[in-house]
Design a protein around this ligand. Sequence first.
Ligand code: ZN
Ligand code: ZN
Length: 353
Amino acid sequence: MRRALAAPFLLVAVGCSPPAWTPPAPPAFDPTTLYAPHERDGRFFTPWAAFPVRFGDGLRWWLSRNPYDKSKTPEAPRVVANDGTSLAGREASASVTWVGHATLAVHDDDDVFLTDPHWGKRAFWPRRQVPPGIPIEAVPDDAFAVISHNHYDHLDEWTVEHLPPTMTWFVPLGYAEWFRDRGQENVVELDWWQSAQHGRWTVTCLPSQHWTRRVGMGHNEVLWCSWLIDSGERRYYFAGDTGYFHGFKEFGRRYGPIDVAMLPIGAYEPRWFMHYQHVDPADAWRAFQDLDARWMLPMHWGTFDLTDEPLDLPPRELREAVEAAGGDQERVRVLDIGERWHVPEPEVADRIP
Ligand code: ZN
Ligand code: ZN
C-alpha cells in the first residue's frame, strides 16, 4: 500500500532514500542513567539516549521502497484452538497462553495476569491478521494486567472497556484517568523502579527505551515502561516495546534469575528508523542473556503488520540469531496463537543441556 500511494511522490522519494546506517556501538554499562530524572516540563524522556529520529524521518520511511516481498501468505504464526476455560481453574504450576501480539495470559497457581491486553480488530489502522488466541470472556474477574505504553498495538480502548471492571491495572505514570474514564477503577500508577503489592505479587515498573504518543494523550506526556511481575516463587519480565539498552543487564543483576522473559521480536525494519525503539531478534536474544532469564517467550510479531519485514520473518531471524550467537534454541519458546505453554520447574529446566 505504501508504495502504491507513494507513486505520486516519486520525485520526493528520490530525495528521501533511506540514510546510510550502521548499528550503533553497544551502550556503555552505566546504570546510574537508568535511575536519573526522566521528566521535564510535563514530558518524559530517556536520560541515557535521546531519540535520534529527526523531523521528517517518518515520511522518509513511508516513501522509501520496502526491500521485502510481502506478497506471500505468512506461514506463521499458527493458530491452535483454545476456548480459554482453563483460566478459570487452578494451574498446577504456571502456564502462559499467547493471545496475540504483546498480549499474553499468565496463569500462575490461582492467579491470572495479562500483558498489554488487546482483543481489538485494529491497532489504530493496521488490521489484526489472526484472531485472538482465547475469547476475551475467558478472562477471570479477579485478573490483573500490566500496560507498557499507550501505542495502539498495546493499549486498546475496546478491550479495556470489555474486560471485567473488577480487574486491577498496573500502569506507568499518566494513565489512571484514561482508565477510570473507561470504567476501570482499580488502577495503580507507578514510576520507574516503583513497586506495588497485589496479594502475593510484587509488580515493579521498570525503564524501557521507547516513547509515547496517542490522540488525546500528547507526545511523551505519559510514561512508558517494562514490568517485573514476581509471585515470590516465579519472576516474569515483560518488555513491552523497547530498543536494546543497558537496562536489561541491570534488571538481570538486580532481579535475576528471571524465570520467563517476554520479549518483542517483531516490528524492527528498517533498522535506521526502528533501532532506537524496537529490538530486532538478535537484540532480543542479547537482552534475554543480559536478563539472566531461563525461558524466552518471543512476542510482538505475527499479529499486526506494522513495519517492513514480513509477518512471519521474526521467528526465523531469531533462530538464525541464536545460532550465530552459539545460543541454546531450547531456551526459546515460539508459541502458536492460542497455545498454552507450561513453565517447566527450574530443576527440570536446569537439566536441559
Ligand atoms: Zn510502541
Ligand atoms: Zn508495539
